[in-house]
Design a protein around this ligand. Structure first.
Ligand SMILES: Nc1ncnc2c1ncn2[C@@H]1O[C@H](COP(=O)(O)OP(=O)(O)OP(=O)(O)O)[C@@H](O)[C@H]1O
Ligand SMILES: [Mg+2]
Length: 306
């Protein structure tokens, strides 16, 4: 048996149970990764290797629907974040008992992206995979994600979208017995740890939290007369005397890094505003923008000895 068919066989049996030493385990993961197979399971643990690029069809709606509609993905489909999500969802459906998915790894390993795939699966499972049939709550849970990232994520040397906070997300499902699909009924995110010190200073090559640059990009785009017709933000004004350039703010201009490569931050700001709307907090956007500028303004205060 060559290496590849061996490693395939392990996952088809549901895990890497016969690979008990580290070199073999690493070899199996590497051989699979070389074929763009990023997921490997070992018992109940799913190992994921970050491909740092979009792999065709790995998460598209066909793939999601396959994992939603297959009677027993555990036996019939390869390791995948959707399969792990299915396992949790099935136990919620069959037993009504709480389930936990723990996502761990070093910075940049893909925890945030993985968590989004899990949440997407769990939100769509109740509607049979139909986006159109999502309930208000299911839609809100998915659409609220950019909000947490805008205020809690920042570019670091290791990850352009590094989560600078810890979170525990609790999803509650309605449960009407084994024959009906549980629906996502509410969600709560508990934040613990927030790297607040980043607001006042960042190391060389890193950035402050995304929201500051998103807001400034929005006003820059407006100044540059980029068409923003779709925005319901026409009456959002740059506060008097404030600049739209990051280099004019002490909290943003010390680390030598303002931009995110290959990224449209006006688009990101619209997603953040969209998240406010989804959560029925659209009227708070003006005060949030005002607070953002207030923080930047505080950083520009200079104290002098009398
Ligand atoms: N499954 C994936 N497919 C393709 N690219 C991915 C995948 N997972 C992660 N990435 C890429 O890797 C980057 C870093 O991933 P992510 O932000 O999820 O890491 P993280 O573990 O949450 O890091 P941190 O601890 O710094 O928050 C993403 O912005 C994305 O470009
Ligand atoms: Mg993260």
């Amino acid at each position: 048996m060559d290496d590849l068919s061996r490693t395939d066989k392990f996952y088809l049996r549901g895990g890497l149970l016969s690979l008990l030493n580290e070199p073999e385990l690493l070899h199996a993961i590497e051989s699979r990764f070389a074929r763009d197979v990023i997921y490997t399971s070992t018992g109940p643990v799913l190992l994921a290797v970050n491909p740092f690029r979009t792999l065709p069809r790995l998460y598209d709606s066909d793939c999601l629907n396959t994992f939603l509609s297959t009677e027993d993905p555990e036996a019939l489909l390869p390791p995948h974040v959707y399969r792990t999500s299915w396992q949790a969802y099935r136990l919620i459906k069959c037993t009504g008992a709480p389930q936990t998915i723990l996502v761990s790894g070093e910075s940049g390993s893909g925890k945030t992206e993985t968590t989004k795939f899990v949440m997407r699966y769990l939100a769509l499972a109740g509607s049979g995979g139909s986006e159109a049939a999502l309930s208000v709550v299911e839609r809100q849970v998915l659409e609220s994600i950019p909000l947490l990232e805008a205020f809690g994520n920042a570019k670091t040397l290791r990850n352009d979208n590094s989560s600078r906070f810890g979170k525990f997300t609790e999803l509650q499902f309605s449960h009407h017995g084994q024959h009906e699909n549980p629906r996502l009924a509410s969600a709560q995110t508990h934040c613990y740890l927030l790297e607040k010190v980043r607001v006042v200073g960042q190391q060389q090559g890193e950035r402050n939290f995304h929201i500051f640059y998103q807001v400034l990009s929005f006003f820059r785009a407006r100044v540059a007369e980029t068409p923003l017709e779709s925005l319901e933000l026409r009456n959002l004004a740059l506060p008097e005397g404030m600049s739209h350039k990051p280099e004019d703010y002490a909290y943003l201009n010390k680390s030598g890094c303002h931009d995110l490569a290959d990224h449209d931050e006006v688009h990101d700001f619209l997603a953040t505003v969209g998240a406010f709307s989804a959560l029925k907090m659209a009227e708070d956007v003006h005060s949030i923008v005002a607070c953002t500028f207030a923080v930047l303004q505080l950083g520009n205060i200079v104290f002098e000895a009398d």
